[in-house]
Design a protein around this ligand. Sequence first.
Ligand code: DCM
Ligand code: DCM
Ligand code: DCM
Ligand code: ZN
Ligand code: ZN
Length: 283
Amino acid sequence: WGGDGHALVASIAQTLLNEQSLTFVRNHLPWYTSGNISMLASWPDYIIYPDTNPVDYLNWQWSKQLHFADTKDWACVYDREKDCNWTSTSGQQCVDGSIQNYTTRLANSQLDDIQRQEALKFLVHFIGDAHQPLHAGFHGDRGGNSIRGKFFGKETNLHSLWDTVMIERRITQDFHGQPSLYLQYLLTQMKTHYAQNISDWTNCSTSDESRYLACSELWIVEDAKLNCDLVYRDENNQPMSVSKEFTLGQTYYNTRMIIVEQRLIQGGVRLAAVINKITESTT
Ligand code: DCM
Ligand code: DCM
Ligand code: DCM
Ligand code: ZN
Ligand code: ZN
């Protein structure tokens, strides 16, 4: 996601943190955030690009691959061993592995405060990215970055469309350009339309996953399915590809924006559940 998406996921989560977690995040973030996890939700993006971090973006390039996982084109599945380099000695080099790493580090009271602060900032961001379906997009098109076309007549690529363009359109058109009004809407949707789904979303369906603090493997599996069913299909249900420019508008926007909203809410609900689990298990 772009800035709005990450801030929305984190702000949704903030409303679901228990007292213990609110104290915990206040103690593991810089004072100027007032314990608000949304304020640094895009920090992992700022540090890696020269336009926002000209001084030492090179030192952070190792973290670039932690924002996503590439999946096999049209396989519609996520294979942790293959797609996340799980067995390599360099460790778990994708968004799934980074979530496992940073939940473990955040829960580890042996680590110093600087390290746990960094773990919290990465975790808030990566749980957001894990819910953007194209952050588990196809390998052959770099998660939709190589698929170009027009959305309401404007040049873009499929990845940016899902990261920022659709969300910005929604906020401009329906919420007076104010993300805070959109946040209120999403919180209402969460408490009404999605109220029945919350306990499902915070459960790990596979028993193997339940030992983890975060069920990131399952979330990426959801992405892989969404990609085949909806994300990579045009308004006539035809597969999109790098060799053909897309032309998308109202029909794609209306049907896919519902998924964007559900993923933002799911990301927020799950981020809060992970932080609450960590503070219950440690303190
Ligand atoms: N971004 C940036 N400079 C670039 C490329 C991207 O500032 N050269 C920003 C735009 C989006 C975000 O990064 O807000 C997307 O990053 P990706 O979803 O990691 O998360
Ligand atoms: N680091 C990380 N995940 C790990 C180990 C280290 O993100 N599993 C990061 C934290 C530090 C940097 O790498 O910023 C160097 O850590 P160390 O001195 O522990 O090697
Ligand atoms: N990205 C992705 N999958 C890839 C490559 C990149 O999801 N295989 C994401 C990371 C950023 C955006 O796409 O959000 C742009 O990446 P970059 O700045 O590397 O072009
Ligand atoms: Zn992205
Ligand atoms: Zn990211």
